[in-house]
Design a protein around this ligand. Sequence first.
Ligand code: SF4
Length: 305
Amino acid sequence: MVSETKAMATLNLYLAKARGFCMGVERSISMAEKAREEIEETITILNEIVHNNSVVADLENKGISRTTNLDDVKEGTLIIAAHGVAPSVIKKAKDKGLNVIDSTCPLVKVIHKAVDYFINRNFTVLVHGDPNHDEMKGVKGRNPEKIHVIKEITKPEDLPDIDGKVALISQSTQSLELFEKAAELIKQKYNDVKIKNTICDATRKHQAAIIELAPKVNLVLVVGSQTSANSKRLVSISKKTGAETFLIDSADELEPEWFSGIENIGITAGASTPDHIVKKVVERIIRIALKNGIKKVNIYDGKED
Ligand code: SF4
């Protein structure tokens, strides 16, 4: 641990080498913005386009409304969010005469294809994920009878009794470590098992970056909304390394007392967090540090290494 005297002289901010917007999030937002430019009629997003409060508010300010209930949408264009929905939802929207723009992330569609593949071959599918998350509701909706979404698979009792073939896949933002543990348990419980890791590439890179960064700093800040599964996952992975870790939605949530006696801070951001929010977090930390008598703040951006 650094000495208090030295900590008062310099503050180092380390930005994770993989952080912030992923391909799927950028694609969904740009599809919504393009639709707004090209379509004059009403546009509604079903659920949150991505799980970030600032992004959701920004699109609302641009005149795109949002609902969690398809029955509320009577006309115009409906945008399916990055997390996807069940096929029945898209069918219902089309049957209502809505113009449907499907911005489901292609890597969520990989999960849909994997589920369909296994179901068509008479597997029961276990999905390691949060049943209350939009992505998992969409996956479960592909065949509710044959798909079990299980939040915790840490002991054999977490697993249902199933006759026949069983496949395990994962929510796109699942922890790699927890998924690998779940895979081991599933192999012990069932005779005929197939495992397909469907954690997306952005999630893997974000997680690997925080596993590398967190042990080197005194404090980790994860910038993301409470609704963001991947941001919360980064918090729990960081905490597991022993680093004190906070999830913040914006610079306003920073508490000056967190920085007392701290010399090294790691900063990462969830896949749905825009860069400008991270920038504001960095700017506010610098202001707090200078006010607290820190003479110099060094910024090391892992993306630039
Ligand atoms: S976190 Fe992964 S699955 Fe989710 S939108 Fe981003 S790239 Fe797609």
